[in-house]
Design a protein around this ligand. Structure first.
Ligand code: DX5
Ligand code: ZN
Length: 219
């Protein structure tokens, strides 16, 4: 496995009036991906962005845009996110009854395909698609809001998925999302994660450049 650890700041905690300025700050200070949390008010109890924000980001962001769809019926929107400029598109296993087909469709649309599971979902649901994906996203909080506390049991799930990926000889990214800060980052990396999403611990801080650098340095 390539040992590089990637940092993916989540704009969920950014100041939307200063979006361009704040996103540029994280990029200048070591961000590897820009994480966009799309919520529909059905699958998760919150509403956020759509393709318009991805389109706006694409005008100045040169690093990969990592879109996390927390929506029911994600298949319906795959082509639209590709057109908007998403580089990685992640869907939730819980709302994708035809997950294998969904993954193929994301790839056919020219994006990297990711699959995410909630804290209560077993890693065994990934067994038959693990060799097909470019990214697995382990939720370490219940999706819907930024600034929640990291769920410790996620460590065990990360270790298990790392084992599954290695066994499948897969180079897919193993991403963790929710409650990542300077302490939990170390734990999840040790467990085998290599992409860390961070919202509150970057955009929620007064000094965004310093917060980005601090997280990047411990990785
Ligand atoms: C939660 C989102 C996360 C969120 C993480 O539903 O998927 O990406 O922004 O926020 P923090 O890092 O604040 O827990
Ligand atoms: Zn997310």
């Amino acid at each position: 496995m390539n040992n590089q650890i990637y940092l993916a700041p989540s704009i969920l905690s950014a100041d939307l009036l200063k979006l361009e300025e704040q996103v540029n700050l994280v990029i200048e200070n070591g961000a590897d991906f820009i994480h966009v949390d799309v919520m529909d008010g059905h699958f998760v109890p919150n509403l956020t962005f759509g393709t318009n924000i991805v389109k706006a980001l694409k005008r100045f962001v040169k690093i990969p845009i990592d879109v996390h769809l927390m929506i029911t019926n994600p298949d319906k929107y795959i082509a639209e996110y590709a057109k908007a400029g998403a580089d990685i598109l992640t869907v939730h296993q819980e709302v994708s009854p035809h997950l294998h087909r969904t993954i193929q469709s994301i790839k056919e649309n020219g994006m990297k395909a990711g699959v995410s599971i909630n804290p209560s979902t077993s890693v065994s649901t990934l067994e038959y698609i693990i060799g097909d994906v470019d990214l697995i996203l382990i939720m370490s909080v219940n999706p819907g809001f930024g600034g929640q506390t990291f769920i410790e049991k996620s460590i065990y799930k990360i270790q298990k998925v790392r084992g599954m990926l290695d066994k499948a000889n897969s180079k897919a990214f193993l991403e963790v999302d929710g409650g990542i800060n300077l302490e939990t980052a170390k734990l999840v990396v040790k467990a085998g994660a290599n992409v860390l999403v961070a919202g509150n611990s970057i955009f929620g801080q007064k000094n965004i450049p310093e917060a980005t650098k601090n997280l990047k340095n411990i990785l």
